[in-house]
Write a protein that binds this ligand. Structure first.
Ligand code: GDP
Ligand code: IMO
Ligand code: MG
Length: 426
């Protein structure tokens, strides 16, 4: 039995999709444990490019099953569209994908509320993906959510939706000057998807336990990243779920002790979409150059990503709180031509330098990064197959990161394709 988990170490978009795809070759189950269609995982297979939102990356391998577990939130319209889009391209989905009966449904009213809240917040907005994620998780915590399993109990569905709309309709009509939502029409829209989604609804926690008992290999797919975790991230500029490894147990029903290995995915630089503190952000030409070379535009919303140097203070924190044992470094090729390559090793606050990641955004906003410089490399590394194929300065950079983080960079990604990956161990 192997239960592995893959977690983003930054503010999302680290290249988890590519790493998960690379690791899911002989995996029996791939499980999403939190988040919804705010995620955008791009996977390139040969000449085909796939953008996955709800569906785990393992679906692109022809073997194994994929689960959207109970910690996830599901927009049924978006999920059905994603399934159809993949099936049109010849990917087998319907007999391999299962959705937890305990996962919460994102309703059109959640999406509308997310967007209206953001608009009303003006300069204080979070910069959400506008997919209804926050309002859906808020209803879950308020115990007025509607769950996937409710689709199997149509008799009570309108009442559950009406309960969720009670206060919201008041907000829409009085505060936001928007029309109210009608519970019966929302229910009708949901039930229209029963033919496709009905056979996929399952007790995914039972499926995972049975798989563990059979000694199968399970890959747990994280969305977003540790710094967007609602508890451990840069609150309030976070998503509304536990996107660090801490979300695994609650989000799947797997006891913590069963997770054997947590793999962190770290980009060779940092990006962030949306608002919030970003100590190593580069404004101007240097940031633009990273964005251009790395193609840093959101997979979900198309927004340009903010770019900056690698931040080892934040990375050490993310590694610590997620119990990471090994790290996959991605997009090393994008640093080609950057000279020097800078890495943040500490934060200066007034006269003091710290290597601890602050919990308060105002501290994060006021720190000044302390940088260490490394000689860059100009050689094209996108064809490198082994560590020794990399130029001397790239190898030095990797070894310095390993030394400063105290962790093994077991996988180095040098391009977006499956085989543009240097594996330093099996
Ligand atoms: P995720 O949300 O963590 O899965 O990451 P995204 O898919 O949103 O963004 C990562 C982008 O970088 C995708 O377009 C990938 O195809 C691409 N990518 C992944 N690894 C590499 C790499 O090593 N080099 C380059 N140049 N691109 C990569
Ligand atoms: P993947 O899985 C990058 C960000 C949004 C916003 C904040 C809250 O592709 O790495 P939300 O819609 O979740 O309420 O928005 O979180 N965000 C992401 N940023 N990658 C993602 O997913 C993200 N999912 C949410 O931009 O700042
Ligand atoms: Mg992404």
């Amino acid at each position: 039995m192997r239960v592995l988990s893959v977690v983003g170490l930054q503010w999302g978009d680290e290249g988890k999709g590519k790493v998960l795809d690379r690791l899911s070759e002989d995996v029996d189950l791939v499980v999403r444990y939190q988040g919804g269609n705010n995620a955008g995982h791009t996977v390139i297979v040969g000449t085909e490019k796939y953008a996955l939102h709800h569906i785990p990356s393992g679906i692109l391998r022809d073997t194994g099953r994929c689960l959207i577990a109970n910690g996830s939130v599901v927009d049924p319209d978006a999920l059905v569209t994603e399934i159809a889009g993949l099936e049109d391209r010849g990917v087998r989905v319907r007999d391999r994908l299962f959705v937890s009966d305990r996962a919460h449904l994102i309703l059109p009213s959640h999406v509308a509320l997310d967007r209206a809240n953001e608009k009303a917040a003006g300069s204080g907005s979070i910069g959400t993906t506008g997919r209804g994620i926050g309002p859906c998780y808020a209803d879950k915590a308020s115990r007025i959510g509607v769950r996937v399993g409710d689709l199997r109990h149509p008799d009570g569905l309108v009442d559950r939706i009406a309960r969720h709309l009670e206060v919201k309709n008041h907000l829409f009509t009085t505060l936001y000057d928007m029309p109210a939502f009608d519970a019966a029409s929302i229910a009708e829209g949901l039930l229209a998807h029963r033919e496709i989604l009905g056979p996929m609804i399952a007790d995914t926690s039972r499926m995972v336990h049975d798989s563990i008992e059979r000694g199968e290999t399970i890959l747990l797919e994280g969305s977003q990243g540790v710094l967007l975790d609602i508890d451990l991230g840069t609150y309030p500029y976070v998503t509304s779920s536990n996107s660090s490894a801490c979300g695994i147990s609650a989000g799947t029903g797997i006891p913590p002790a069963c997770v054997e290995d947590v793999i962190g995915v770290m980009k060779a630089y940092v990006t962030r979409v949306g608002e919030g503190p970003f100590p190593t952000e580069l404004h101007g030409e240097e940031g633009d150059a990273l964005r251009d070379r790395g193609g840093e535009y959101g997979t979900t919303t198309g927004r340009p990503r903010r770019c900056g140097w690698l931040d080892l203070v934040a990375a050490r924190y993310a590694i610590r709180v997620s119990g990471i044992r090994r790290v996959a470094l991605t997009k090393l090729d994008v640093l080609c031509g950057a000279d020097p390559i800078q890495v943040c090793t500490g934060y200066r606050i007034g006269d003091e330098t710290t290597t601890e990641f602050p919990s308060h955004v105002s501290d994060l906003e006021s720190i000044e990064p302390v940088y260490e410089s490394f000689d860059g490399f100009d050689e094209d590394i996108t064809g490198a197959k082994r560590f020794d194929d990399l130029p001397k300065n790239a190898r030095r950079y990797i070894e310095a990161l390993e030394e400063r983080l105290g962790i093994r960079l077991f996988m180095i990604s040098v391009g977006s394709e499956r085989d543009q990956t240097i594996l330093r161990e099996s």
